[in-house]
Write a protein that binds this ligand. Structure first.
Ligand SMILES: Nc1ncnc2c1ncn2[C@@H]1O[C@H](COP(=O)(O)OP(=O)(O)OP(=O)(O)O)[C@@H](O)[C@H]1O
Length: 309
């Protein structure tokens, strides 16, 4: 758990972060969003003490981080930034192994951990283990950056616009992998972005910052249904609000538990409604069968139920 208590940081004459109080629960995927210059990166960098607040307290697992040595604090947290910052003269393996090696893990354990992480991040070990960063694409480097941050099994992962420089397809793939990694590891994640689609896709809760102040903190659906002010409405984008809602709501929220037989390949119950609409358009139908996580029939999705508010 990370707690910010009335945290303020000034870069005179600007106040980058202004009296922010906020609790990120253990295991939560919290996304910080806001316009450029709203204080997102500053707030995140105060968690690993790259920046020290002028006022207020930050606690990690109940401990005031001002009382901890920055190196000790940082070893407990993974940190991923936009242009990864891999060591160029080190292989992928050595890059990923940085923190476990510093922590004195036995060699065999480090090697196994690197293998597991290459698997987790869908990087072929035979090809990449001994490669150097310049031999990797931007997306592959970013995967290594995530693997490195996760290497010592940190309880907290800080990610500062990690995928902003990637093409949309690579970005989408890495977002899906972050969701899977979060589910599998239960790591507390704080993720900075200025992209509302990314925030809605990834977050359990979204914290919206503007001019250094926290203006809203809530789950994606609450942000969409009850935006706190015009800044939040602008971040959502007034024209495609409906499309964003379809990306967040799932089939399970609209399915009818009908026993009626509907032909065609079924949709998983946790698929976003956007996918359901796309399938309906592609198949020229207004009804689709739905299955649960185990592949058992779970009912029928009707177009009329998707469009009702
Ligand atoms: N080291 C610094 N010296 C002076 N001003 C700074 C420094 N770091 C940040 N600022 C200022 O603090 C404010 C918040 O910056 P921050 O980088 O936290 O914003 P951000 O929301 O992450 O922005 P972006 O989305 O553009 O990355 C900005 O006005 C910025 O110019």
């Amino acid at each position: 758990m990370i707690t910010f208590e009335r945290v303020t940081k000034r870069f005179e004459p600007w106040t980058a972060v202004d009296g922010v109080s906020l609790t990120v629960e253990a295991g939560e995927f919290c996304v910080l969003i806001g316009p450029s210059g709203s204080g997102k990166s500053t707030l995140m960098k105060m968690v690993n003490r790259l920046i020290v607040p002028d006022e207020g307290t930050i606690r990690v697992g109940g401990e005031d981080i001002a009382m901890l040595r920055p190196e000790d604090l940082r070893r407990r947290m993974g940190y991923v930034i936009q242009n990864v910052g891999l060591f160029p003269h080190w292989t992928v393996e050595r890059n990923i192994a940085t923190v476990p090696t510093l922590l004195g893990w036995p060699k065999a354990r480090v090697r196994d951990r690197v293998s597991d992480l290459l698997d987790l991040l869908k990087l072929d070990a035979r090809r990449f283990r001994d490669a150097y960063p310049h031999q990797l694409s931007g997306g592959q480097q970013q995967r290594v950056g995530v693997a490195r941050a996760l290497a010592a099994e940190p309880a907290i992962l800080l990610m500062d616009e990690p995928f902003s420089a990637l093409d949309p397809i690579t970005r989408g793939a890495l977002q899906a992998e972050m969701t899977a990694i979060h589910k599998a590891t239960g790591t507390t994640i704080v993720f900075v972005t200025h992209d509302m689609d990314e925030a809605l896709k990834l977050a359990n809760r979204i914290a919206v910052l503007d001019h250094g102040r926290l203006i809203q903190f809530g789950p994606p659906l609450e942000i969409l249904h009850r935006p706190a002010n015009d800044t939040v409405r602008d971040l959502i984008g007034r024209e495609d609000w409906g499309l964003k809602l379809l990306a967040v709501e799932t089939v399970g929220q609209r399915v009818r538990p009908d026993v009626e037989k509907v032909p065609g390949a079924p949709l998983p119950i946790d698929a976003p409604l956007r996918q359901a609409i796309a399938e309906m358009v592609a198949r020229g139908t207004d009804r689709l069968p739905v299955v649960d996580a185990r592949g058992r029939p779970a009912g029928v999705l009707h177009l009329s139920d998707v469009v009702r508010s």
